[in-house]
Design a protein around this ligand. Structure first.
Ligand code: AMP
Length: 534
């Protein structure tokens, strides 16, 4: 492969080509960072080159890993490009993981340099002494005197980005694993370019609804550390549209930016949409030009309808960390738009149809394909050009992920005759709280450490605000006594020790006589979910 790379005729699908060939070429187009900064694409390009110079002088070379801990910012966008364009890997650190998990991911990814926003320095203080690989840190602050800005200012805005094999790894990040240890996924230049083009060929072409186009103003509201903010910053940059990066997610700031900057295209998890619509400030915001993809968790029909009533073009998308992420999107026809809001919400809240180049099937446990009749449900298995090839340094889980030649999503769904996917259940043992995973097995492990606990089973319980909260069903040992409150406090100690993520604070505990089992004696989570719906 590599011998062809330097052939002029052999065009490699590299991230730099997304940056340097925007569809709408307009050097004056704006990049906005909250209320702190705005500059042109020309400046953005200059800064990407300056950052490349900074990193090169710090010794970063092809194959190295540069990590980022930042809120959604113009800086993060610069890192999305400059780091991979050097042939290095961008590690997007999930700042919502517990400090111990963050330490694990930094070590596991073998980060060389970390760019860190000052607000995350207290996390770093807890773990710094135990980080082995990092040689340098760059501190980010929202002013021109910060180290990042000073370093950039000293560098020329010239850099000759190298050509290399499109199969070079560009990005990496970690998703919470069922065993508690985060699992690393990674994506190559080729995969990210194809994800950009593939998704745009779906989301950019729909006739009547939910279209991302050159006239849009884009603002992410899913964090940039989370699966490349669903790949949208790459798409927005390639389209050359105005981009707004909101910093820390504060509902009134987000609403203010939507209003002041005229944002027309965003994506978020249902919890954020719910927060935005519940804010008193939202009552005066005109949402009639706002298109919002909802993913990361099921879009509740009631929330969908509430958003439609506010004039929002709201629709679901589906994917996961392992899939880059986008696999499917809702795209409606005029026939759907002619329906009343109730019926429309039904379609908008499904998980849509697969996007270009995605192959998806629903299968039973023996990998037999099930019919697309809208009623039979099975696990979704997929193939696409942008799925993680494996988990980083983890053969066992990689084999399970890719068994039978398809990536196993761990999600259970039906597919109807029109190709609409609807997720109905989950086979993976995880709970998603406000877009972040908590491992039920990890919580069970912790609760088992309490001397009074005989058996613990944790399931996700639907919650109107958080999506899901963990419910621990506990059978107590015959000779022991303990209260539900004591067990909650016991689990919370593991949060203060930095072992469990903060989301676990929402844990509820229920003492039960016995825990339902399957015929082979395994805890029957499906039955538990049925028995304890809320
Ligand atoms: P993550 O890897 O954190 O992005 O989580 C991906 C998982 O979130 C998927 O495997 C699903 O379980 C869930 N998910 C994502 N989008 C949706 C959706 N539209 N409806 C239901 N579940 C979803």
């Amino acid at each position: 492969m590599t011998q062809y790379v330097n052939e002029p005729s052999n065009y490699q699908l590299l991230i730099k080509n997304l940056l340097f060939s925007p569809v709408a070429f307009n050097p004056q187009q704006e990049i906005v960072y909250g209320n702190h900064r705005r500059h042109s694409y020309q400046t953005f390009h200059d800064r990407v080159k300056q950052l490349a110079n900074v990193l090169t002088q710090m010794g970063v070379k092809k194959g190295d890993t540069v990590a980022v801990m930042d809120y959604d910012s113009h800086r993060y966008l610069e890192c999305y490009f400059a780091i991979p364009m050097l042939g290095a890997k961008l590690h997007m650190i999930n700042v919502r993981l517990s400090p111990e998990q963050i330490l694990y991911t930094i070590d596991h990814a073998e980060d060389d340099i970390v760019l860190i926003h000052e607000e995350f320095l207290p996390i770093l203080d807890q773990i710094k002494g135990r980080i082995d690989t990092v040689t340098d840190y760059i501190v980010l602050r929202d002013n021109d005197q910060c180290q990042y800005e000073q370093l950039l200012a000293q560098q020329p805005a010239e850099f000759n980005f190298p050509e290399f094999d499109e199969n070079t790894i560009a990005t990496t990040f970690y998703t919470t694993g069922t065993t508690g240890l985060p699992k690393g996924v990674f994506f190559t230049h080729r995969q990210l370019v194809l994800h950009t083009l593939g998704i745009l060929s779906s989301i950019g072409t729909n006739a009547v609804q939910g279209r991302l186009h050159q006239g849009d103003i884009y603002m992410p509201i899913t964090p940039m550390f989370h699966v490349h903010a669903w790949g949208l910053p790459y798409m927005a940059t390639m389209l050359g549209v105005k981009q707004v990066y909101p910093g820390k997610y504060v509902p009134d700031t987000l609403l203010g930016l939507i209003e002041q900057e005229g944002v027309t295209f965003s994506h978020c998890v249902p919890t954020i949409l719910h927060l935005l619509l519940s804010s008193p400030k939202s009552q005066t915001v005109d949402f009639s030009h706002w298109k919002v993809v909802i993913g990361g968790a099921a879009l509740p029909k009631a929330l969908c309808k509430a958003a439609l009533e506010r004039g929002i073009d709201v629709f679901a998308g589906y994917g996961m960390s392992e899939t880059g992420p986008i696999l499917s999107l809702v795209q409606l026809t005029q026939e759907h738009l002619d329906m009343d809001l109730d019926q429309q919400a039904e379609y908008r809240a499904k998980t849509g149809k697969k996007v270009a180049l995605v192959e998806a099937h629903i299968v039973d446990e023996q990998m037999n394909r099930l019919p697309h009749d809208g009623s039979q449900s099975g696990e979704i298995v997929v193939r696409a050009p942008w799925l993680t090839p494996s988990y980083h340094k983890d053969n066992k889980n990689s084999k399970a992920l890719w068994r039978g030649g398809y990536l196993h999503t761990g999600d259970v769904a039906t597919i109807d005759g029109d190709g609409f996917i609807k997720i109905t259940d989950r086979v993976k043992d995880m709970i998603k709280i406000s877009g972040e995973w908590v491992s039920s097995l990890e919580l069970e492990d912790i609760l088992h450490q309490h001397p009074a606990v005989s058996e613990a089973a944790v399931i996700g319980m639907p919650h109107s605000k958080w999506g899901e909260v963990p419910l621990a069903l506990i059978a107590v040992k015959a000779d022991a006594t303990v209260t539900e409150k004591e067990l909650v406090s016991f689990a919370k100690e593991f949060i203060s020790k930095g072992i469990l993520a903060r989301e676990a604070l929402l844990l509820k505990v229920k003492l039960v006589d016995a825990i339902a089992k399957t015929s082979v004696g395994k805890v029957d989570k499906k039955e538990l979910r049925r028995l304890y719906p809320q």
